[in-house]
Design a protein around this ligand. Structure first.
Ligand SMILES: [Fe+2]
Ligand SMILES: [Fe+2]
Length: 276
């Protein structure tokens, strides 16, 4: 089994899904459908990343032959799961609406001119996916989904580790320091809070809801429903440790900062859950 074949969709028995455990969970439907859209579309808007690393043959090969294929596999497996539980959902129609609107906003990703800093940006994205799938994995009971989310989560953590190694490799010549690294982390974190979640929800809602005109109210309800999931299952400490890991600071300073940021992030979400 090659590096890009840790697990295969064909090996997942979607016929064994216990639909009674998940069918009524609207929040889960929207999270899985949205994730399947974003993962599958990543092949289109990340196509220029491998070109950025053409001088590094090993990295370019890994990006094209392993990383991109695994991201698409995540999307395809999630799509198969969604359709196993909610076969009435018109995934293709919903996805094409999402892809059309999203592509208008983001034709191609803006890459950092420094190849070391671009790896930091990728580490932030992979931190987001690793922690999201870990959160979902810990929150679900249905066995087929739990196994699938465990597989995806493991892939995402491995992606993060590879991007971090590539950062170290490229930074031996780029020499990016504390402030540029922190700037990229901050900018990417702000982007994660951007519009793609709303666009994915909107197009899933259009094909799912009996009342598509209730989009705004249903989006608000969905966002609110995420608070309890995040407070109960989101791995804040893991997120902070992954984000700060490539930052060049002495471990004596890093440990207390990690504790402080973990506490602040939890407190912020806790506060938001009261305000929303
Ligand atoms: Fe992924
Ligand atoms: Fe990934």
């Amino acid at each position: 089994m090659g590096e890009n074949a840790k697990w295969r969709i064909e090996d997942i028995n979607f016929g064994a899904v216990d639909r009674s455990m998940v069918k009524a969970d609207e929040r889960l439907f929207y999270l899985l459908a949205s994730s399947s859209f974003v993962e599958i579309l990543s092949e289109v808007y990340s196509a220029n990343l491998a070109e950025h690393y053409e001088g590094n043959l090993d990295a370019a090969r890994w990006l094209k032959e392993v990383w991109q294929r695994e991201e698409v596999r995540h999307g395809e497996a999630l799509r198969a799961y969604v359709l196993a539980v909610w076969p009435e959902f018109d995934w293709e129609k919903s996805y094409s609406g999402f892809a059309e609107e999203y592509s208008r906003l983001c034709s191609m990703e803006n890459l950092e001119s420094s190849r070391a800093l671009e790896m930091i940006a990728r580490c932030v994205v992979e931190t987001g996916t690793s922690t999201l799938y870990r959160c979902l994995h810990d929150s679900v009971e249905e066995p087929v989904l739990k196994k699938l989310l465990a597989n995806i989560k493991t892939d995402e953590v491995r992606h993060y580790s590879r991007f971090k190694r590539l950062f170290i490799e490229h930074n031996s010549t780029d020499h990016q320091g504390f402030f540029p690294i922190l700037r990229v982390i901050r900018e990417r974190l702000l982007e994660i809070r951007g519009e793609d979640g709303y666009i994915a929800f909107k197009h899933a809602h259009l094909c799912r809801s009996e009342n598509p005109e209730n989009l705004e109210a249903d989006w608000k309800k969905f966002r609110k429903s995420l608070n309890s999931l995040v407070l109960e299952h989101y791995p804040f400490r893991m997120a902070v440790e992954m984000l700060l890991s490539p930052v060049p600071v002495s471990p004596r300073i890093k440990k207390p900062v990690e504790g402080l940021l973990t506490g602040s992030a939890k407190f912020a979400v806790f506060g938001l859950s009261f305000l929303s």
